[in-house]
Design a protein around this ligand. Structure first.
Ligand SMILES: [Zn+2]
Ligand SMILES: [Zn+2]
Length: 165
């Protein structure tokens, strides 16, 4: 159980009062330093030398709210793991690092929150592409390895939530 917790811990996230980003919370209860999103409505701040300060003024402040570590947020937190040896990181990388057409996706950009919704979404995409939600047409299996990765990630996530309760 400890190894699992250490590998993919539930993220501790807070809502930034300045940029409204979902930012990790430090052990002292304050938000990690982070850059302002480029599409932020926050005023542009320059330093004394006239350089644009990209660090969000919410950095180091108390979060406006604590955010529930949903499945989507937990998966997002794993996106920079080793996608080749770690199937949870592999799934996260596929969903959030994405291809060139979908850069910088966050849990707020995807239309699923739970593993069930993500799984259904995979089959919806398959139906849009092929007219059938069977993902392994060569042998008629409705589910493929992506579905199995989602199920494995779901099981691990549920164990973490139970351990944290
Ligand atoms: Zn911020
Ligand atoms: Zn499936």
């Amino acid at each position: 159980m400890n190894t699992i917790t250490a590998t993919h811990p539930l993220p501790s996230l807070g809502l930034c009062p300045a940029c409204e980003g979902e930012i990790r919370i430090r052990k002292n209860g304050r938000l990690y330093k982070h850059d302002q999103p480029l599409d932020s409505d926050a005023p542009i701040v320059c330093d004394s030398a006239g350089y644009w300060v990209t660090t969000c003024p919410g950095s180091g402040r108390q979060p406006a709210a604590r955010l529930e570590p949903t499945f989507a947020r937990w998966l997002y937190a794993q996106r920079n793991g080793d996608a080749y040896t770690d199937r949870v990181a592999g799934l996260a990388s596929m969903k959030f690092n994405g291809c060139g057409r979908t850069p910088g996706r966050t849990p707020g950009d995807v239309d699923w929150t739970t593993p069930e919704q993500l799984h259904q979404r995979e089959h919806d995409i398959q139906r849009q592409r092929t007219g059938s939600d069977v993902r392994q047409p060569y042998n008629g299996q409705r589910c493929d390895w992506v579905c199995r990765d989602i199920a494995a990630a779901d099981a691990e996530y549920q164990r973490l939530v139970e351990a944290a309760a």
